[in-house]
Design a protein around this ligand. Structure first.
Ligand SMILES: [Zn+2]
Ligand SMILES: [Zn+2]
Length: 264
């Protein structure tokens, strides 16, 4: 199995050099599973040679538009294409009502003279707290991470921990660093796809490069960095990381150590 980063930028990517941090997992038999579906998806899928019709399974980590804003496009496109079945949509149980009521209903509720709900577009799979789901025989464990803490309440994101071809992978999705809480996952993983903000004005809702560079070297050397800002980047390899992931970069999990191929 391999994965392709359709984009590796932040919510505020500019132009077409990079797109939202959405990842396409492709099994050996060609099944495709989209991890996060931001509003760039229409362009980022196309540039890698895919269309909405290729997407049968989608995971959404949280409801920011760079992770869930493309669901209206995928949902409406697949609904009105006879070749397509409803895609499976996996998400944490606590997002299931908000994703419709607060995110998608405005654009999708009234279609072709009918009042519809989320089930008209997607086969919903609600995952319990600390739960997991399977895709192509691979278990994906949801990891609740702290993303936004506004002082009144915390908005989590749900990262993924999974094992493919003997490689244990932790994909943080959008997350503050929280080294203490996540240390056991960082230790257990062989490969870490790590949210990394590079803005000169840290937002406090993402792990920032200046924090990540202080992690122990044995963790840094497992980390590929993504969800970064446009503009100049620090020399991550010199600082002990694997590097910054580029748009279109692919990782083949069958090859140990996992090798990354340059974007086409
Ligand atoms: Zn994001
Ligand atoms: Zn976010």
């Amino acid at each position: 199995m391999k994965c392709v980063f359709l984009g590796s930028g932040s919510a505020f990517t500019v132009g077409a050099d990079n797109f939202h941090s959405n990842v396409l997992l492709i099994s050996d038999r060609g099944a495709k599973f989209l991890v996060d579906c931001g509003s760039d998806i229409r362009f980022s899928l196309f540039l890698e040679g895919y269309t909405y019709a290729d997407i049968t399974d989608i995971y959404v980590s949280h409801l920011h538009a760079d992770h869930a804003g493309g669901l209206e496009y995928i949902g409406l496109s697949t609904k009105f294409d006879d070749r397509c079945d409803r895609p499976n949509l996996y998400l944490s149980n606590d997002l299931a009502s908000d994703i419709w009521d607060r995110t998608l209903a405005g654009g999708m509720r009234s279609v072709a003279g009918q009042i519809l709900d989320l089930n008209a577009f997607f086969k919903l799979h609600k995952i319990n707290a600390n739960g997991h789901f399977y895709w192509e025989g691979i278990q994906f464990r949801l990891i609740k991470v702290v993303h936004v803490d506004n002082g009144f309440f915390v908005i989590p994101s749900y990262g993924l921990f999974f094992e493919v071809d003997g490689v244990k992978i932790f994909m943080t999705t959008d997350a503050k660093l929280c080294e203490g809480e996540n240390r056991c996952l960082y230790d257990a993983a062989d490969l870490i796809f790590q949210d990394c903000e590079t803005s000169p004005f840290p937002s406090s809702v993402h792990a920032h490069y200046s924090e990540l560079v202080q992690l122990p070297v044995e963790i840094r050397r497992k980390m590929w960095l993504y969800h970064y800002q446009p503009g100049p980047l620090p020399d991550a390899v010199k600082d002990g990381f694997q590097g910054f992931i580029k748009r279109g970069q692919a990782f083949d999990f069958a090859q140990l150590p996992v090798t990354a191929s340059e974007p086409a």
